[in-house]
Ligand binder design. Sequence first.
Ligand SMILES: Cc1cc2nc3c(=O)[nH]c(=O)nc-3n(C[C@H](O)[C@H](O)[C@H](O)COP(=O)(O)OP(=O)(O)OC[C@H]3O[C@@H](n4cnc5c(N)ncnc54)[C@H](O)[C@@H]3O)c2cc1C
Length: 309
Amino acid sequence: IATSTHGTGSNLQSLSGQVESLRLILPDGEALSLTREDGDTFLAACCSIGALGVVSEIGFRLEPAYRLKERTWTLPLQEAMDFVEREKDNFRHIEFFAFPLGEQAIVKTMEITDDPTDSSEREDSNDLLELVCKVAMRAGWLTPNLQKLVTLFVEDSTYTGPAHKVFANRRTVRFNEMEYTVPAEDGIACLQEVCETIRKQDINVFFPIEFRYVAADDRLLSMYHDRPGASLSIHQYFAQDYQPLFTAVEPILRRYAGRPHWGKLHTLGQRQLRELYPAFDRFQAVRRELDPQGRMLNQHLQTLFGATG
Ligand SMILES: Cc1cc2nc3c(=O)[nH]c(=O)nc-3n(C[C@H](O)[C@H](O)[C@H](O)COP(=O)(O)OP(=O)(O)OC[C@H]3O[C@@H](n4cnc5c(N)ncnc54)[C@H](O)[C@@H]3O)c2cc1C
């Protein structure tokens, strides 16, 4: 919850938005039991990047266990953009993975289902992805064609089962990632620009861009504070230099008033973050009150919040 980790679905909030109560141990050892009635202290503690103290208990908003039906298929990139933008409110979960150089996409939707039959275990190996990343890294001229071949390897398929199984995927291929959330209505336009830039600058990247929608919430530092968002997650294979890619796309994401994900790479400091997060000053006021000496601030958090106050 401390970084507003999220999934996808225009009616679903990030994890920090699902918190009903929590217990926060302050740097001086005092324990606070917080609920919505505690106002900004609670709203700050739900997404705090660890800057307020240690959360030792969380009360989550839950619902009875449910079953999901997932569909995965490929589309040409432009068609995937049109489909997802048009259908974003018609599925509980909807997202796509964009391959800008090959101009293809993998689309994924999930719906709650009553179907009691579990699908057989799905192929969940990451070996092919690892191999393709290695080939693309060494022979960049092949990357557009490798991305085009995605359509051959991803079949139109459905997978039904209990939600915890359908949601979970193995992720063994290491990567570096930058993610920004832009206003939901600008998401596709922003993605178009990012893809065009990657093509124009001929940046060698096989890993796709993940595009998702998330509902607004009121947590002070949430990427979705008071604003429904579209998140663009840009990945680069860990053994490849991520600087050319991230340096090229970050200005575009910022131009769309993008807010960086707290758990991923970005280059912003206090001054820029204050402009992007409307409740930044309210968070800072809570932080200064709970930790006046800045004892929770490591080097990274000092970049975000200043040395103490
Ligand atoms: C394979 C992979 C897939 C991912 N997929 C997604 C995704 O789908 N959506 C998404 O939004 N993000 C995703 N992420 C990023 C993820 O959101 C962040 O890495 C997340 O912050 C990890 O949380 P953690 O608890 O595992 O890590 P940690 O590094 O332990 O914690 C992250 C932050 O929480 C703080 N924290 C941890 N414990 C406490 C505590 N008890 N009290 C107070 N603060 C605490 C830490 O100080 C730190 O700032 C993914 C990352 C990986 C590696």
